[in-house]
Design a protein. Structure first.
Length: 653
């Protein structure tokens, strides 16, 4: 029965992880930490229910392969080009400077150079899984710190590729040299380039051909063959499986099948990823961890401080506000899940020994556990510190306007609003955080300033005391709320309009002083509501009336379950007769036929009231009237009759 031990182990891992993940979810701790804890509890340092075995290691490796594949699927060339500016600046500087600083600090305390570089790479990566999950839940991804954080995390995910390429060289016995590094990278990139070029032209054609057969099983098997085939080829030429998996995902990301493939692999990826993190926990020696808890906490604290400072100054150099820099720094200062991939590989190739590996696991877990707490309180920490701002050349200017509109944010909504205000001759000024956006807008003649909407001095420069309206067109709920309170204190009479993404934020914003809140969530639902009613030929004035009712009281009818639209309202409208127009097209089956031939009333119950032909109206047309191309027919009848009539009239010859 030894061959079935792995099944028992998997069952044990998943069974123990269920209550732990549930508990961690309640405590708002990442599930990654839960799986690590599961490994510790059932491992040799805990209850000793399971040991590290080769089958679990293989499945953990599959988890890494699927994780790298899914990241490749998200890294399409179009997406990378769209974010190239932030990727290249924030991502490159953060990874290189963090790696360099940590390497130097390790070298100062007499860590061998290869291990020092390895520690630098481990620390430079942050947790994509933890940070993005929190940012999505809080609606922070579209905020300035959200965009910087996302671009940095994406670059870090890409940076894992060259890091994995460097590991064999760090593991070698010979001395570390720049020439060796360049040769290894050059050779690996050459092989990868050949694989990508071949796959780019072949794989999409294969997937397209398979998809035409409309057999889901065959499509799934083909996807698996491409994934593991590419991974095996890279492994055969001395590059890791995970890099091959990334390449496979990156290639498929450019095809039309990426979303379907991602949906196919997600359940398998999640299961095997859980086994990977459990396998990491199995290796953590609890007694050794407790024995060096002081050293672990000191190193973790140093990493958090150093990494946060590096990220803070990188962002500040680009003249982003202090608040943005602090929130981003406190979001990215932990050690990430991909560091576990590197650490495990480094341990297996003897770059680090068991003691150092155990020390790293303890340090990484400590930094990850504390991350959600710091992200939660980052805005308050930024407000408490009150560090001096880095200003641009226009920051000391004061807007000399009165009864003007202040537009916070120059994204799509801010640009559209500014354009309308300009055309209407209404005085306005714009406040924006992105220096690149400001540079382009100023070149186009916009009255725009750099600054943080939550700061009193910035608002005073914008003429908040004499402004008539302020519009929040930003995607940062925390900044909006903080600014609202401040604005209402500085100018109680100002009219505030707030754009928000979710309806759950409406009540809080109104309590803070918002005069009008526009939730995108319900504006979308109102548009859908209107389109559906139009299909049932509800008169436009009735639709407009219903939309206005729903908007009254800040969407109270939609937000309050106790209030609903009268049950008979739409029913009564549907029972009434309606009038609809129809354009006779060239391909219509009724073209060049008489009204008598069509026999519309007998077939559908609808009546042709009039024909508009060349701007002239033929009322009560007779049965021998022939319908011509370009005629507009005015129809009347019940909703069902008019629907059937239009269906008949639109049928082609």
């Amino acid at each position: 029965m030894e061959q079935f031990t792995v099944i028992r182990d998997i069952l044990l891992i998943l069974s123990v992880s269920l209550p732990i993940i549930y508990l961690f979810k309640k405590l708002k701790i990442s599930s990654i930490i839960g799986f690590l804890a599961t490994g510790v509890i059932i491992g040799q340092s805990g209850l000793n229910l399971i040991g590290q075995n080769s089958e679990i290691d293989v499945m953990a490796e599959l988890g890494v392969i699927l994780l790298m594949f899914s990241i490749g699927l998200e890294m399409s060339i179009k997406k990378l080009l769209k974010m190239k500016s932030m990727l290249l600046y924030f991502g490159t500087l953060q990874v290189l400077i963090t790696t360099g600083v940590i390497t130097y600090v390790c070298y100062l305390v007499h860590v061998p150079i290869k291990q020092a570089v390895f520690w630098g790479m481990l620390v430079s990566l942050s947790s994509t899984a933890i940070v993005l999950k929190i940012y999505r839940e809080k609606g922070m991804l579209d905020a300035p710190h959200g965009r910087i954080t996302l671009s940095t995390l994406i670059f870090q995910d890409i940076a894992i590729i060259p890091m994995l390429l460097i590991l064999p060289m760090l593991a070698g016995g010979e001395s570390f040299s720049a020439m060796q590094f360049m040769q290894q990278i050059g050779k690996s990139l050459l092989f990868i380039g050949v694989i990508i070029t071949f796959s780019y032209f072949v794989v999409p054609k294969i997937l397209y051909g398979i998809s035409r057969l409309r057999t889901s099983e065959l499509f799934t098997v083909t996807m698996v063959v491409i994934l593991f085939g590419t991974a095996y080829v890279t492994h055969s030429i001395g590059i890791s499986f995970s890099i091959g998996a990334f390449i496979a995902g990156f290639i498929i990301a450019e095809s039309d099948f990426s979303h379907e493939i991602e949906a196919e692999i997600t359940p398998f990826r999640d299961i095997f990823n859980s086994l990977f993190f459990v396998s990491i926990g199995l290796l953590l020696n609890v007694s050794r961890f407790i024995g060096q808890i002081s050293l672990t906490l000191v190193i973790a604290g140093m990493i958090l401080v150093l990494k946060a400072l590096i990220i803070y100054f990188i962002i500040r150099i680009r003249k982003f506000p202090m608040r943005t820099a602090i929130i981003t720094a406190l979001s990215l200062f932990q050690v990430g899940e991909f560091s576990f991939v590197l650490a495990q590989t480094g341990f297996q190739t003897n770059i680090i020994d068991a003691d150092m590996y155990n020390l790293f696991l303890g340090v990484a877990i400590c930094t990850m556990i504390i991350t959600p707490l710091f992200i939660e309180f980052a805005p308050a920490i930024a407000k408490l510190l009150k560090l001096p701002e880095i200003s641009d050349e226009s920051s000391d200017e004061k807007i000399s306007l009165s009864n003007h509109v202040i537009v916070a944010g120059f994204g799509l909504n801010g640009k559209n609003l500014s354009s309308v205000l300009k055309d209407a001759g209404i005085p306005y000024c714009v406040l924006e955080l992105n220096p690149d956006t400001i540079k382009k807008a100023k070149a186009a003649g916009e009255n725009i300033m750099y600054g943080d909407i939550t700061r009193k001095d910035i608002l005073m420069r914008m003429g908040i005391d004499s402004a008539k309206v302020i519009v929040y067109a930003i995607s940062d709920p925390q900044s909006t709320k903080a600014s609202l309170q401040l604005v209402k204190r500085l100018n109680p009479e100002i009219y505030t309009v707030v754009r928000t993404r979710y309806v759950a934020e409406v009540d809080d914003l109104i309590k803070l002083g918002a005069d009008e809140v526009i939730p995108e969530e319900f504006e979308t639902s109102l548009q859908m509501f209107s389109r559906v009613l139009q299909r049932y030929h509800i008169p436009m004035n009735m639709i407009a009336r219903q939309v206005n009712i729903l908007r009254q009281g800040s969407y109270e009818m939609l937000r309050n379950d106790a209030v609903s639209i009268p049950a008979n309202y739409l029913n009564d409208l549907l029972m009434q007769g309606v009038t609809e127009s129809f354009f006779v097209e060239e391909t219509s089956s009724v073209k060049d036929k008489s009204i008598k031939e069509i026999d519309l009333r007998a077939k559908t119950g609808a009546t042709i009231l009039a024909i508009v032909r060349q701007e002239k109206s033929i009322t009560n047309p007779k049965g021998d009237e022939v319908l011509l191309y370009g005629d507009i027919l005015v129809l009347t009848g019940t909703h069902q009759a008019v629907d059937e009539a239009i269906s008949l009239l639109t049928s082609e010859n």
